[in-house]
Design a protein around this ligand. Structure first.
Ligand SMILES: *Cc1c(COP(=O)(O)O)cnc(C)c1O
Length: 466
């Protein structure tokens, strides 16, 4: 399988090089040249497989001959062996129709671990084959940072620079990043929003002064390998609920559109998905785009679900590319227009293509609290605010009652204890696997929301490419 850029001008790469490259050199995102497809019989044969084996089967067509099946299985076994639940991503039934898919049993308590535990191993594997090293530069609204740092801390050929918006991540999220004192880990708190941080990271990928000296890599969901790993749990959940004979809907708390795009890919691969519900908080650019075609950026409002406080959803570009006829040069022009004016209209093909599978819903602060309270009072489940936004969307989607609706539980409630306590009166305790987080020393630098300051800092502390 080779990978092409959504903007049509970067060279095609194999899986290993696309994994190490992150963003394409033309500013686009890598996507597989075509979607691999499983037959109904092949999907039926996956029922009951252990998670690591299922992961190997789903991912092998994307990896191609960059990893043998035996090697890929060894990596998935190692990555998912670190999860605290033997099922890796267990399903919990809430009522006759609603289910939760718990994606937070990894080391840093959010679904980001599912992809990043594997990505850390893939970096090590592919870098180990050559003399290369990697300078990872990432932006986080909270959870990617901690999951990526956990996955690469102490690895010899990788430095990681993680930008987070100062004061806009929860205390647990921040400490999970800043208390990792490995010398290859650099935490940077910048003034501004997640979108500002993400824009700086994208600019660095296109800054020749930086890319000439450093091999810059990505851990954000602009990296295809992350999305690939997330396809697996859509299959895992649907297979348990009767796929391929029965259709399942998913409600996905959405920020950068990575997680829900993985669901779209699962559908392209043959998994029968009834609907993908894009759940947003009041930062609802995606809800507006999907419901009216208007993709226009407004300012970010901080909420109790900070990992979704995003206005520019990088992976939406992958969807627009795929449903808009895969015309890279046309999309490049459309995206340049968006970058210049902070607004664009979807084409008819893009709107109609998206509407075949996606619907969307938005939850405000009150609806989020109500969903947390409903889950606690009616089902005894303590859920976090991100999951609650997904559950609200699932409950209001108006789907046929015979279709199971799976809400992706993207974070452990203890990661957002204040909001959960406010809704339920119960303060969730941190699982023992995070250890003495509040006793440990923190290390971070604070920089202004200024690209030059960040680039200088990275240039001073990173290892030049070898
Ligand atoms: C990252 C994150 C999201 C949003 O996922 P995207 O792939 O960016 O859409 C939702 N919930 C939590 C808890 C997250 O960490």
């Amino acid at each position: 399988m080779d990978y092409i850029s959504t903007r049509g001008a970067a060279p095609a790469l194999d899986f290993a090089d696309a994994t190490l490259a992150g963003l394409a050199s033309d500013g686009g995102l890598y996507v597989p040249r075509s979607w691999p497809r499983f037959s109904e019989a092949e999907i039926a044969a996956m029922v009951g497989l252990p998670y690591a084996e299922l992961a190997q089967r789903i991912m092998q067509p994307f990896v191609g001959d960059c990893l043998t099946p035996e090697r890929l299985l060894a990596l998935t076994t190692q990555a998912y062996g670190r999860f605290s639940h033997r099922a890796v991503t267990p399903l919990v039934q809430l009522d006759a129709q609603q289910w939760l898919l718990e994606l937070f049993h990894g080391p840093t308590l959010a679904f980001k671990d599912v992809a990043l535990q594997l990505l850390g191993l893939l970096f090590e594997e592919f870098l180990g084959r050559s003399e290369r090293n990697l300078t990872i530069v990432g932006a986080t609204s909270g959870d990617t940072g901690s999951a990526a740092i956990d996955a690469v801390a102490g690895r010899s050929k990788v430095d990681i620079f993680m930008l987070h918006p100062r004061g806009r991540v929860s205390d647990v999220q921040r400490r999970q990043m800043t208390t990792v004192l490995a010398p290859n880990v650099h935490n940077i708190a910048i003034e501004g929003s997640f979108d500002d941080a993400q824009a700086m990271v994208k600019r660095m990928f296109n800054d020749a002064a930086m890319t000439d000296r450093f091999a810059i890599g990505a851990v954000n969901s602009i990296n295809w390998a992350r999305l690939m790993a997330q396809i697996v749990y859509y299959f895992a959940a649907a297979l348990q609920l009767g796929a391929p004979a029965r259709k399942v809907a998913f409600s996905v708390p959405t920020g950068n559109f990575g997680d829900v795009f993985a669901g779209y890919v699962a559908a392209q691969m043959g998994l029968p998905i009834e609907r993908l519900i894009v759940a947003t908080n009041v930062n609802d650019i995606l809800h507006r785009a999907l419901s009216t075609g208007d993709y226009s950026q407004s300012t970010v409002t901080p909420t109790t679900a900070p990992s979704m406080d995003i206005q520019v959803s990088s992976n939406f570009e992958r969807l627009l590319f795929d449903v808009g006829g895969r015309d890279g040069l046309a999309l490049a022009a459309q995206m340049r227009g968006f970058e210049a004016s902070k607004a664009m209209q979807l084409t008819n093909a893009q709107r109609e293509g998206a509407a075949t599978l996606f619907t969307s819903a938005r939850a405000d602060a009150d609806e989020t609290l109500k969903a947390i309270r409903w889950a606690w009072v009616e089902t005894g489940q303590v859920i976090d605010p991100h999951t609650a936004i997904g559950l609200h969307a699932a409950q209001t989607a108006g789907l046929d009652p015979r279709v199971p609706v799976v809400t992706l539980a993207t974070a452990h409630p203890a990661k957002f204890r204040d909001a959960v306590e406010q809704a339920t009166g119960v303060r969730p305790s941190l699982p023992t696997r995070v250890g003495d987080l509040f006793e440990r020393e923190e290390r971070l630098v604070q920089l202004p929301g200024d690209y030059a300051a960040v680039a200088d800092y990275v240039a001073l502390h990173a290892t030049p490419r070898v």
